[in-house]
Design a protein around this ligand. Structure first.
Ligand SMILES: Cc1cc2nc3c(=O)[nH]c(=O)nc-3n(C[C@H](O)[C@H](O)[C@H](O)COP(=O)(O)OP(=O)(O)OC[C@H]3O[C@@H](n4cnc5c(N)ncnc54)[C@H](O)[C@@H]3O)c2cc1C
Length: 296
């Protein structure tokens, strides 16, 4: 497909509303939205973008993304087609960035491997999970990561986890680094045990996180030793609304799109929540959601 002087084998869309690609259902248009078919197609795309000095950003499934209403100048690259998963020796799996977390858990389960059940209910892709160090129940994906393949400054490079700095919902990479794939360390586990882990996780999420509206999961990181939802409750912010954005009545660390919200609504609501928590508890909340794009 060819658009705006860029040619790839995969899909290319002009002025594509990012509200279609984010779980919050807000966000203005990306100048160019590209879905390369495979790694070669991606490399061709990146070379053309570099030659034309077009900025770009990679996304997974947009489950942790707040795109401002002015949209994204340059290209948004979806890695959803780079989704191969394969078994490696020594109870390891290689997953490309676009592979969905649950698919990776299921793939391991079929081989009698487990230990990553905490990923089952985290919506999104391995690339997004690695970038965010996504996790649950005190476990994060980077603790299970042996190494990752990055595209750094146009070159493909392999990094072992010991070479990288990371922590709670944090991985230090260079601007422009793109996660291509990761090797995860699993362990021998009866598929029935993994099945039970998946079932419990999904059940817990259905009962506690069933907020009934589009969200990006937890909007704020938990400060060390504290739970953001408690701080937000203590500040009296549960249920507070700005336009169509609302602090969920069900889980107060979820900011939801209760209908017709704009990114500006979410940004205003987030600022109000942060100010209220700072005044009430003296704690400065930090967004877990990634905020990108331009003001209108
Ligand atoms: C209902 C719900 C529940 C959730 N529960 C949890 C939870 O329990 N634990 C948790 O950690 N998160 C949770 N989340 C948040 C979200 O699911 C995770 O952050 C997930 O890892 C995002 O994956 P994604 O593929 O959608 O990434 P995106 O949202 O598309 O991207 C997230 C960030 O990573 C960058 N990125 C994505 N792919 C790449 C790549 N290949 N290379 C470089 N950068 C990349 C993007 O630019 C962006 O900055 C939840 C979200 C929802 C909606």
């Amino acid at each position: 497909m060819s658009q705006a002087g860029i040619q790839i084998r995969g899909e290319l869309l002009l002025d594509e509303p990012m509200s279609r690609h984010t779980s919050l259902k807000v966000g203005g248009p990306a100048d160019l939205y590209a879905v390369p078919q495979d790694r070669d197609d991606l490399q061709q795309l990146l070379q053309q973008l570099a030659a034309q000095q077009i900025p770009w950003m990679a996304i997974g499934r947009g489950y942790n993304l707040l795109v401002r209403d002015g949209g994204v100048r340059g290209a948004v690259i979806s890695l959803e087609q780079l989704n191969r998963i394969e078994a490696l020796a020594g109870n390891k799996l290689l997953a490309e960035a676009g592979a969905e977390n649950l698919a990776v858990v299921r793939f391991g389960q079929q081989l009698g491997l487990g230990g990553v059940g905490f990923l089952a209910g985290i919506p999104g892709t391995i690339g997004g999970a690695i970038r965010m160090n996504a996790g649950a129940y005190g476990e994060g994906i980077l603790e299970r990561t042996v190494c990752m393949t990055l595209m750094r400054a146009g070159e493909i490079a392999e990094f072992c986890i010991e070479q990288l700095e990371y922590g709670y919902r944090r991985l230090e990479l260079l601007p422009g680094d793109l996660v291509l794939a990761a090797t995860l360390r699993l362990e021998a586990r009866d598929p029935a045990v993994t099945e039970e882990e998946i079932r419990k996780d999904l059940e817990l999420r259905r009962s506690k996180h069933n907020v009934g509206h589009p969200s990006a999961g937890s909007f704020f990181k938990n400060p060390a030793g504290q739970a953001s939802w408690r701080l937000i409750d203590a500040a009296g912010m549960r249920g507070v609304r700005v336009g169509g954005a609302q602090v969920s009545e069900v889980h107060s660390n979820f900011l939801v799109n209760s209908g017709g919200a704009t990114a500006a609504d979410f940004l205003k609501l987030s600022a109000r929540v942060k100010a209220a928590v700072l005044e009430q508890s003296g704690v400065a909340l930090e967004e877990e959601v990634r905020i990108v794009g331009d003001e209108p």
